[in-house]
Design a protein around this ligand. Structure first.
Ligand code: PLP
Length: 456
């Protein structure tokens, strides 16, 4: 950092002038500057530059799984940086942390997901899976198998292919940059929303596309085991298994986007394990380093690897930071700490505490409903009248308002407004959270909903 001390106001002015922020309204930001400037953190807490302490109720971007201020992760990074911060992994170059991490990831991954391709984040991981899926079919002599089926309401990232698979409206359409050959099927949530959880044909919407387009043109289906940014939708039991079966029936590869659900978030190491499904590609990022370093990747099943390693040309895909030595060293330490401190078990155990808190809120407030939690990935919804599912008028901005009330009480949550009238509050705290801290978090939400109700 520069030697000159800068006040928060001075930094805010520089921010307004020089920093074009992602997923932020640029005009508002250029006028108003940053809402908060973080300076330090410990466990589930983060502090701003004025010293105010906030509970990080959504692990920043669902990624700080081990919580903030983990010195051992900093030490792992320092140690590796001092030794060898970075090496290429192109043209046969390699480094120890990348190799050790690959072995570790394979040992943790379900089924025969037996090798890994490294990236620097989630979008790159999904793009990589699309390209490897298409490449696989080319090698299998079926180059026409190119189409990708994703789900409505999905979030897969913002690189051009990932943004095309994403279907959240403004992200999907941003800068009209979409690729061709990507289709969207109605997700399970349609059936859930209709209340028909016994419908055995959850995957029917995908089947319709397969039958219409022809299986010989379809490379892969991609989905998040639990839709995250779209609103935290936990699929009904049987859904993922049914999609896996459908993919097997038609010779289609199954890509699980575990960028949020990976690394303990759902109470198991990987989200797919909740339904005993082994995807052909498992895309990860975020929690692999708890956000302490930029790393992502794709775990690949044996049969795909076997096909790819028969190729005698160059695999002309890769990122400068694929297999980044420091990022991989941080990931190794992150996983070691998760195992040492039983973090995944804690996430599973805390699910009930969070669910109980939501039940309490639901009982107390006639606007709270559809509470759900799997591990520490959770949400509830706000309706003007939950019994008839009458939504709040869009102008009320219910989720955003409750989010602001929480913010003013020093709790960070994720308000999500999906389409007309859907108001979802997502909660996904660091997996190190304990019972008392969850109770504290619920108490703040309680006060925030109460304050919001007074404004109605
Ligand atoms: N996939 C999912 C499910 C995500 O939630 C995200 C980010 O939130 C991404 C992909 C994109 O990851 P990144 O922002 O690291 O590119």
């Amino acid at each position: 950092l520069s030697t000159k001390q800068l006040s928060v106001q001075e930094l805010a002015e520089l921010d307004k002038k020089y920093f074009l922020h992602p997923t932020t309204a640029p005009k508002v930001h250029a006028e108003q500057g940053p809402k908060i400037m973080f300076s330090e953190g410990k466990g589930i807490y983060v502090k701003d530059m004025d010293g105010n302490s906030y509970i990080d109720g959504v692990s920043m971007l669902w990624n700080v799984n081990l919580g903030h201020g983990q010195k051992e992760l900093a030490e792992a990074a320092k140690e590796q940086m001092e030794k060898l911060a970075y090496s290429s992994s192109f043209i046969g170059y390699s480094n120890e942390p990348a190799v050790r991490l690959a072995e570790k990831l394979v040992s943790l991954a379900p089924g025969d997901l037996n090798s890994v391709f490294y990236t620097s984040g989630g979008s790159e991981s999904n793009d990589t899976a699309f390209k490897l899926a298409r490449f696989y079919w080319e090698l299998k002599g079926q180059p026409k198998k190119r189409k990708i089926i994703a789900l409505e309401n999905a979030y897969h990232g913002v690189t051009i292919a990932a943004q095309t698979a994403t279907s959240i409206p403004n992200f999907h359409t941003f800068s009209s940059s979409n690729i061709s050959d990507v289709f969207h099927a109605k997700p399970h949530l349609t059936n859930c929303e209709l209340g028909d959880k016994s419908d055995p044909n959850y995957e029917g919407c995908i089947r319709d596309i397969v039958e219409k387009e022809g299986a010989d043109s379809i490379a892969a289906v991609i989905m998040e085991p639990v839709q995250g940014s779209g609103g935290v939708y936990i699929p009904p039991d049987g859904y993922l298994q049914a999609v896996r079966k459908l993919c097997d029936e038609f010779g289609i590869l199954f890509i699980a986007d575990e960028v949020i659900t990976g690394f303990g978030r759902t109470g198991l190491m990987f989200g797919s394990e909740n339904w005993d499904v082994v995807p052909d590609f498992l895309c990860f990022a975020k929690g692999v380093t708890s956000g302490y370093a930029q790393l992502g990747g794709v775990l690949i099943r044996q049969h795909i690897r076997d096909t790819i390693v028969q190729y005698e040309g160059v695999l002309s895909h890769g990122f400068t930071y694929s297999g980044h030595a420091t990022a991989c060293a941080v990931a190794l330490k992150n996983i070691e700490l998760m195992e040492r401190d039983n973090i995944v078990v804690n996430a599973k155990n805390m699910e009930q505490v969070l669910a109980d808190g939501f039940e309490y809120l639901k009982g107390k407030y006639d606007i709270v409903t559809k509470t759900r939690a799997i591990g520490l990935l959770s949400a509830f919804e706000l309706y003007e009248d939950p019994t008839t599912e009458k939504p709040f008028d869009v102008s009320v901005m219910a989720a955003a308002k409750v989010g602001e009330e929480c913010f003013s009480r020093k709790l960070l949550i994720r308000p999500i407004r999906v389409g007309e009238g859907k108001n979802i509050i997502a909660i996904a705290p660091p997996l190190v959270i304990n019972k008392q801290e969850i109770e504290q978090l619920i108490a703040i939400i309680d006060d925030s909903i109460s304050a919001f109700k007074k404004t109605l």
